[in-house]
Design a protein around this ligand. Structure first.
Ligand code: URA
Length: 435
C-alpha cells in the first residue's frame, strides 16, 4: 500500500477501507508516515469528513494502537464518564464516589486541564499527597475492594491519538467532528469500561458552541459505541455559564466536598446526579433516570457518597483531613474582587473568558509544560438571573501575585454582562442521546 494513494483518495472525498485506515494508524504509531503526510491527511479529513463506518475504523485502529486496559477480572459492570471539557466542571469528583457507593465500579482514567477547561487530575493533585500514578494491577485490586479508582492515563494507551492530537493542535484541524469523536472514543474504549456516559458541553465555554454541533458529535460517539459493543449515553449540557461557582483546582475540590456533604445545590449538583443516574442506568442498577437520581441524592443524605470519597483519598494517599478542614487545601494569598459597575440583573456570561481569567491566575496552563498554582482561581458570587447592586462583589479572584490577580480581573471585567431586566434562566440539560 502507498500512503500517497490513500491521501489522494481522501482528498477526493472517497471512502476509505478498514485496511487503509489500519495502514494509516499503524504508520502514525510506528512513525513510518512522515508528519507532513499525516498533516495533509488530517486536513483532507477536516474538509471531506469521514462517514460513520470510516470513523469506526479509525477509532478502533487508534484504540488498538497501544495497550488495552483489561478490566474483565473485576466483577460487575464498569462504568466510565467523560466530559468534553468545561469551566467549573467538577462533576467527576462528585458522581464517581456517589456511583461507586451504590456498588457500581467506576475505574476512571482522567486527564489534565487544557486551555481554559479544567482537568480532574489537576484537581485531585491539589489534595496533599494524592497520587494519580496507579498501575493497572493496583487499579484492579482497588476496584475489586472499593469500586472506585481515578488515575492518570498510561503513556502506552492510544499512542496514535497522542501523535494525532499534537499534530491537529498545530495544523488547525482540531475542530473536526470525526477526529474529535475518534480521539475521545479510542481512549475510552482502550480504558476498558463496559459503559460510558459522555457529557458533551455546549455553549460559550465549550468546544461545541451550538446545540446542532453538540448533537452531531454526540450522535457520532453513540454510533462508535454501537460499532465496538460499548453501552453509551450522551448527555448534552450547557456551558452558558460555569457549572459551579468555584473555578480552580483547590477551589473546585472544596465545592465538590460541600456538594457531597449536601451543602451545595444548583447546576453542578443537577448535572452530576443526571450523569451519575445514566451511569447507573447503563449498569442496570436502576430502571429509570428518576430512580437513579433519587438513589444518588439518598447517597448524599446518608453520607455514603462522602464516605466513598474519603475511601478514595485514603486509598490513593491523599490527606482525608481536607474533608473536615478545608484550610488544609492551598488557597493563593492575593485576593482582588470584581465589582458590579451598574445595578440590574446578570444577563449573560462569557464562560470561555471566565476560564481564561482563571488560567491567568495560575489555575490553568497556557502550555502543556506549565506548572499549576493549585490555590489559584475564582469564586463567582453571582449567576445568570441574579440581581446585583452597583459596587457589589461579582467575583473573588485568588492568585500568587497581585499582578496575576489584576490581569485576571482585566479579563473578567468583560465576561459578566449586567442589564436592566431579569433574563430567563438558560436551559441546563439540552439533550440526551442513547445508542
Ligand atoms: N478531547 C479529546 O480527547 N480529543 C479531542 O479531539 C477533543 C477533546
Amino acid at each position: 500500500m502507498d500512503f500517497l494513494d490513500i491521501l489522494l483518495k481522501k482528498r477526493q472525498g472517497k471512502k476509505l477501507t478498514k485496511q487503509e485506515m489500519d495502514y494509516f494508524v499503524s504508520g502514525v504509531t510506528n512513525e513510518t508516515i512522515p508528519d507532513y503526510q499525516i498533516s495533509a491527511f488530517l486536513m483532507a479529513v477536516y474538509f471531506q469528513s469521514l462517514d460513520e463506518e470510516e470513523t469506526a475504523y479509525l477509532t478502533t485502529a487508534m484504540a488498538n494502537s497501544g495497550e488495552l486496559f483489561d478490566l474483565s477480572c473485576v466483577p460487575g459492570f464498569k462504568a466510565d464518564k467523560h466530559s468534553t471539557g468545561g469551566v467549573s466542571d467538577t462533576t467527576t469528583l462528585i458522581l464517581a464516589p456517589l456511583v461507586a457507593s451504590t456498588g457500581v465500579n467506576v475505574v476512571k482514567m482522567s486527564g489534565r486541564g487544557l486551555g481554559f477547561s479544567g482537568g480532574t487530575l489537576d484537581k485531585l493533585e491539589a489534595i496533599p499527597h494524592f497520587s494519580i500514578d496507579v498501575t493497572q494491577q493496583q487499579a484492579i485490586q482497588w476496584a475489586k475492594k472499593s469500586h472506585i479508582v481515578i488515575m492518570g492515563q498510561s503513556k502506552n494507551l492510544t499512542p496514535a491519538d497522542q501523535k494525532l492530537y499534537a499534530l491537529r493542535d498545530v495544523t488547525a484541524t482540531v475542530e473536526s467532528l470525526p477526529l474529535i469523536a475518534s480521539s475521545i472514543m479510542s481512549k475510552k474504549i482502550a480504558a476498558g469500561a463496559d459503559g460510558i456516559v459522555l457529557d458533551v458541553k455546549c455553549g460559550s465555554g465549550a468546544f461545541m458552541k451550538t446545540l446542532e454541533d453538540a448533537q452531531r458529535l454526540g450522535s457520532i460517539m453513540a454510533a462508535m459505541g454501537r460499532h465496538v459493543g460499548k453501552k453509551i449515553t450522551v448527555v448534552i449540557s450547557s456551558m452558558a455559564q460555569p457549572l459551579g461557582n468555584y473555578i480552580g483546582n483547590s477551589l473546585e475540590v472544596i465545592e465538590a466536598i460541600e456538594t457531597l456533604k449536601g451543602n451545595v445545590k444548583g447546576d453542578l449538583l443537577t448535572v452530576s446526579i443526571t450523569l451519575g443516574a445514566h451511569m447507573l442506568l447503563l449498569a442496570e442498577k436502576v430502571s429509570s433516570e428518576e430512580e437513579g437520581k433519587a438513589l444518588l441524592l439518598k447517597q448524599i443524605e446518608n453520607g455514603q457518597g462522602l464516605a466513598k470519597f474519603k475511601e478514595l483519598l485514603q486509598q490513593q494517599g491523599g490527606d482525608c483531613n481536607v474533608i473536615e478542614d478545608k484550610t488544609l487545601l492551598p488557597i493563593s494569598p492575593c485576593k482582588v474582587c470584581l465589582l458590579a459597575q451598574a445595578s440590574g440583573y446578570v444577563q449573560s456570561m462569557d464562560t470561555a473568558c471566565i476560564g481564561r481569567a482563571s488560567q491567568q491566575t495560575g489555575a490553568g496552563r497556557k502550555q502543556k509544560t506549565d506548572s499549576i498554582d493549585f490555590g489559584a482561581g475564582i469564586i463567582l458570587k453571582k449567576r445568570i438571573g441574579h440581581k446585583v447592586e452597583k459596587g457589589e462583589v461579582l467575583a473573588e479572584i485568588y492568585s500568587a501575585s497581585l499582578e496575576r490577580s489584576q490581569n485576571a480581573l482585566a479579563i473578567l471585567q468583560n465576561a459578566i454582562v449586567i442589564g436592566k431586566d431579569c433574563p430567563p434562566q438558560p436551559p441546563l440539560l439540552l439533550d440526551i442521546i442513547t445508542a
